[in-house]
Design a protein around this ligand. Structure first.
Ligand SMILES: [Zn+2]
Ligand SMILES: [Zn+2]
Ligand SMILES: [Zn+2]
Length: 189
């Protein structure tokens, strides 16, 4: 299992940065809508890392259930940006469609309808959420914000999570189990 930044990942990050600079700016033409902050914008700021479950969540009241803490998710120090997915991007840009906000637990997860395991019980739901695109290995940057690499997909809960030296808390397996791509999230401190 990959944890944090390996030497392989470091060299890959260098390549990605160069690719992004040469590709320039791409406009994402879709409408976002997650939680209480629904707005007709293509980029949505304010997503947070939870230091208890290690997931990515949208901090709106009434949509906050954490498998790692009874009191709900915590707000990490950084704020992350999520992008509405636009199929005009195509696969060549390296943005994966099919990511949604769960209105039950507040976490970003993969799969429309109901999928994975939700800390609120049962499965996550995509109801009421826009579809987001997640940048993975080989992606092209959409703007000038820095990206944090090393986010992973969990095959149990189907959420995205940051290993941060530990496996977090997962309602499927107790701890998250990584699989597939390394993902990159745009952020600002
Ligand atoms: Zn949490
Ligand atoms: Zn959920
Ligand atoms: Zn998990």
């Amino acid at each position: 299992m990959t944890r944090g930044f390996s030497s392989t990942a470091l060299s890959r990050r260098g390549l990605l940065k160069a690719a992004g600079l040469s590709a320039g700016l791409v406009t994402v033409g879709a409408t976002l809508g997650a939680g209480a902050a629904d707005a007709a914008v293509t980029v949505q700021s304010g997503w947070r890392y939870c230091s208890y479950c290690h997931g990515l969540w949208w901090p709106s009241s009434g949509h906050n259930v954490c498998f790692g803490r009874a009191g709900g998710h915590s707000r990490g120090s950084w704020s992350y940006k999520m992008y509405a997915y636009d199929y005009s991007l195509g696969s060549s840009y390296g943005w994966q469609p099919g990511w949604y906000w769960c209105s039950r637990c507040g976490l970003m997860h993969y799969g429309s309808g109901t999928s994975g395991y939700c800390a609120a019980g049962g499965s996550h739901t995509s109801s009421g959420s826009a579809q987001y695109g997640m940048a993975h290995e080989g992606f092209t940057t959409l703007d000038s914000y820095p990206y944090q690499f090393g986010w992973r997909y969990c095959v149990g809960c189907r959420g995205i999570w940051w290993p941060s030296g530990a496996d977090g808390s997962c309602p499927a397996y107790g701890v998250h189990y990584p699989s597939g791509y390394d993902y990159a999230l745009a952020y600002y401190g």
